[in-house]
Design a protein around this ligand. Structure first.
Ligand code: UDP
Ligand code: MG
Length: 357
């Protein structure tokens, strides 16, 4: 049994430690809010009052995510205290996405919507959004809550430090195994072909200077190659590690054909980046090589015929020589036609907008 004096001592000790712990907690709280104060003051300096921010969000059947996304974006805008607009591009959604955005637009008229007549694909949706964006800095992000709006201030910082494009790098990814690994292969080849070393070309979260989005043509499934195209056009491109989240609602909108289409688009990038303005350089060179090889073969056979007195009509080499000459001429004329097309064509898809808010 403890006597009275010991009980009192125990009580005082417990009280003392409890107070100490409370003080520590209190101090921690005060410290965090001080830090927050400093943070928000710092954040306010990230974007100047003259700079406008546009956020372009392509979406296809993402009704569950839209309200949460717009609320988290609003928190970031409040911290940044900047002039902003959000452009949702409804890429022909069949669920209630447009109604959701309508509701959001009624609460805050800076959240707009471009509704496309049908599902054109993410690239076309981005392209439509880029056309309407008025901001000096443009952010793109997915609508499925996989990209984190809290990364926006850091991306703007990088842009304002002198870069034209900052591409997010989902270093820790929450995607299925197959997608993570095919993505690695895709990123490796795109880096090799485009000449810019990035870890994650296809991240939805990116920041651009206005000039980039007004210059880069995004069509087909080219959204995967925007950093490569921008780099090839001479823009200063870099990357920044960003947080990534698992998909909260719905399913991915890209099926298995994403791999095949991605591969074809890689070929397009490789071809168009080097030869779009001068197709004759590619086809012409091929044409000359083939025709010359064909010419040498037939010349050799002619010598055999006239000086060796051999019969050449039954030799397979004779056919090969003629084939090479024909293929060479074909290739050359293809180059000429391609050259004429390049001079007179533009690659914009016809995008029909139903309504704009
Ligand atoms: N998306 C789109 N049109 C499409 C397919 C997708 O606008 O035809 C949007 C989609 O709603 C999302 C973003 O593009 O906001 C990325 O799509 P998803 O999350 O399905 O791609 P993943 O994360 O699986 O690469
Ligand atoms: Mg996604």
């Amino acid at each position: 049994m403890l006597n009275r004096e010991e009980r009192n001592k125990n009580f005082k000790r417990r009280f003392f430690y409890k107070r100490k712990a409370q003080n520590r907690e209190g101090f921690k709280d005060r410290q965090t809010s001080d830090e927050l104060e400093v943070d928000s003051r710092e954040i306010r300096k990230i974007i100047s009052t003259e700079q406008m921010l546009s956020v372009v969000i392509p979406l296809y059947n993402e009704e569950e995510s839209l309200m949460e996304l717009s609320l988290s974006l609003k928190k970031v805008f409040d911290l940044l205290k900047c002039n902003y607009e959000v452009i949702f591009v409804d890429d022909g959604s069949k669920d209630g996405s447009f109604e959701k955005i309508n509701e959001i637009n009624k609460r805050n008229s800076r959240y707009h919507c471009i509704k496309l007549r049908r599902n054109y694909g993410k690239s076309a949706a981005l392209s439509a959004g880029f056309r309407e964006a008025k901001g000096d800095i443009v952010i793109t992000m997915d609508a499925d809550l996989q990209d984190d709006p809290n990364e926006i201030p850091e991306l703007i910082k990088v842009i304002n430090s002198g870069y034209d494009l900052v591409s997010g790098w989902k270093k820790v990814r929450y995607d299925p195994f197959i997608k993570r690994y095919t993505s690695k292969i895709f990123n490796y080849f795109t880096s090799k072909i485009s000449g810019i070393r990035l870890h994650d070309f296809n991240c939805g979260l990116k920041a651009y200077k206005k000039d980039v989005i007004k210059s880069v043509k995004v069509y087909g499934e080219m959204h995967r190659y925007i950093p490569a195209l921008a780099h090839m056009m001479g823009f200063k491109v870099t990357e920044k590690v960003v947080k990534h989240h698992p998909r909260k609602f719905g399913v991915t909108k890209f099926g298995a054909n994403r791999f095949l289409n991605g591969f074809f688009d890689l070929l397009t990038v490789a071809f168009t980046s080097k030869f779009i303005k001068k197709p004759l350089h590619l086809f012409g060179t091929m044409g000359i090589i083939f025709s010359f090889a064909g010419f040498l073969i037939t010349l050799y056979l002619t010598f055999l015929k006239f000086f060796g007195h051999e019969s050449i009509s039954n030799r397979p080499l004779f056919l090969v020589g003629i084939l090479f000459i024909i293929v060479g001429f074909q290739s050359f004329s293809l180059g000429l036609i391609a050259e004429m097309i390049t001079k007179s064509s533009h690659q914009d898809e016809d995008i029909f907008i139903e309504t704009t808010l």
